[in-house]
Structures are given as structure tokens and as C-alpha cells.
Design a protein around this ligand. Structure first.
Ligand SMILES: [Ca+2]
Ligand SMILES: [Ca+2]
Ligand SMILES: [Ca+2]
Ligand SMILES: [Ca+2]
Length: 257
């Protein structure tokens, strides 16, 4: 079998990647090392900036494959962010990479599974996140484009919904994906310069908005006060102010110096 999930080494794998059938980040830069083709040897994946292609080298330093193949046009944007995601729930990682306004899913031997080609208005910001938020065994992709729009994309590459992140600044933050209120359904939470937004991951509908000025993304989600509920912590630029919100968006405390 190709690079099975149950063969993951213990080191270097976050708890989140173990517990969620989601993204194992391949690094947000252009370099990924993983046994993508299941031959027991790691491959090295990187972007050829001049060529605009993803290159896969074997551990023997032999060229395994190039995406797109050399007889096809190169990709426009120079930087790719490769993530290892089991898109079809067969126990084998596929590769996902955001490039310009497109999201590609490849198999470990470099063949294209699908490409999501829009309608992103700006280049995809950061690495797309993949989680099974509706518990059907298949991941959903969440990605943000440079125009401040958030997209939910199915494991088959279809747009499920999209909406504005609501930021007038260019500091677009990627949402945190979690079951914030522990009701069994996932939420997406993120900060903009104007506050913090929480939406339903299933529908994209607003759950709550906390309005505040000068918020610096990203936020942190954790059980800060030990009450077994999540809190959302944000900070503001300038005064060094930290604010803690409840899981339903009410201000619990703030601190500044
Ligand atoms: Ca290999
Ligand atoms: Ca798979
Ligand atoms: Ca799902
Ligand atoms: Ca929830």
C-alpha cells in the first residue's frame, strides 16, 4: 500500500493530526519530505521556481516525477504549499497543494486527482486546511483567498459554500476549525482587524461576532480557565491588550499594560 496512515512515525506528528482525519501539514514552505509512493523510502518534494513545477525526488536522488509533466504548461505561481491529506478515505495520503487561485490534489506518483479552479479572486492565502467537519469520513477543505473570501470545498473538489471573511485589512487570517461550543458540530473562528467571527462550518452561517478594533490575527482557542469549555483569546496591537472571550463570544476578561 502507498504511504499508509498507520505507518506514520511517532515523531513530528501533531496530536491534532492523529486525532483528526485531517491535514498533516507538509510545511508551509516549498519543501516536503515523506514516503509519498509507499516504497519505504522518503521522497523530497519541492518547487522549481523557474519552471513553476512540483518536483519529486527519490531518496536515491533519481527524479520520480514532475507536476505538471514537462509536456504541459508550467504553473504560474512560484510557491506551493504541499499538505498530506487522505482525500478519498482509502488510508493513503494524497498531496494537496495550493497554487495561485487553484487547489490541486495529486496521488503520490504525481497524477492529478482533481483541481479546484475557482472562483477564487486572489491567490490562496496560506495552506488550505482539511478536516472532516460533518463526520462522514471524508475531509472538507477550507481555504482563504487573498480577497478575503473563505471557501468550503468537498473532498471531490466542488465548492460547497463561500463567504466573505469580513475584513477590510489585508491581514487575512486562516480560521481555526474546532467544535468551539462542544455541541458536536464544528465551528470556524477567525480574527479580522474589526473583531472575531464564529460561523457554522456546515452552512457557513454566522454564529456570533465580537466587534473590536485593532485585533491582530490569529486568535488562540483553548480552555484558558480550566472550566472544560473553550475560550477564544485575542490580542490588540498598540496597547498590548489581551481579551478572552467565551465560546459564545462574550467578553470574560481583558488585560492590558
Ligand atoms: Ca517513497
Ligand atoms: Ca487517499
Ligand atoms: Ca466530511
Ligand atoms: Ca459546535
Amino acid at each position: 500500500m502507498l504511504g499508509r496512515l498507520d505507518n506514520l512515525p511517532g515523531g513530528g506528528l501533531s496530536t491534532q493530526a492523529r486525532s483528526c482525519p485531517g491535514t498533516l501539514s507538509g510545511g508551509s514552505g516549498g519543501l516536503t519530505v515523506w514516503d509519498v509512493d509507499g516504497d519505504k523510502g522518503n521522497e523530497v518534494l519541492f518547487t522549481s521556481r523557474n519552471e513553476g513545477r512540483l518536483v519529486c525526488l527519490g531518496s536515491d536522488l533519481e527524479l520520480r516525477w514532475v507536476f505538471p509533466p514537462m509536456d504541459q504548461p508550467r504553473l504560474g505561481a512560484p510557491f506551493v504549499k504541499v499538505s498530506l491529506v487522505d482525500v478519498d478515505n482509502d488510508g493513503v495520503f494524497e498531496l494537496s497543494l495550493a497554487l495561485g487561485q487553484k487547489l490541486y490534489v495529486l496521488r503520490g506518483r504525481g497524477d492529478l486527482v482533481w483541481v479546484w479552479d475557482g472562483p477564487a479572486l486572489g491567490s490562496i492565502y496560506g495552506a488550505p486546511q482539511a478536516y472532516d467537519v460533518d463526520d462522514d469520513g471524508y475531509v472538507e477543505f477550507f481555504l482563504t483567498d487573498g480577497s478575503g473570501r473563505l471557501y468550503r470545498i468537498s473532498h471531490g473538489g466542488e465548492t460547497v459554500w463561500s463567504r466573505n471573511l469580513g475584513s477590510s485589512s489585508l491581514a487575512v487570517a486562516q480560521p481555526t476549525i474546532c467544535d468551539l461550543d462542544r455541541d458536536g458540530g464544528y465551528e470556524l473562528v477567525w480574527a479580522t482587524a474589526e473583531g472575531v467571527c464564529c460561523i457554522d462550518a456546515e452552512t457557513g452561517a454566522d454564529e456570533w461576532v465580537y466587534q473590536a478594533s485593532d485585533v491582530v490575527p490569529p486568535i488562540a482557542v483553548a480552555d484558558v480557565n480550566g472550566d472544560h469549555e473553550y475560550e477564544v483569546v485575542l490580542w490588540k496591537k498598540g496597547l498590548g491588550k489581551v481579551v478572552c472571550l467565551s465560546f459564545y463570544g462574550a467578553e470574560l476578561w481583558s488585560w492590558e499594560h
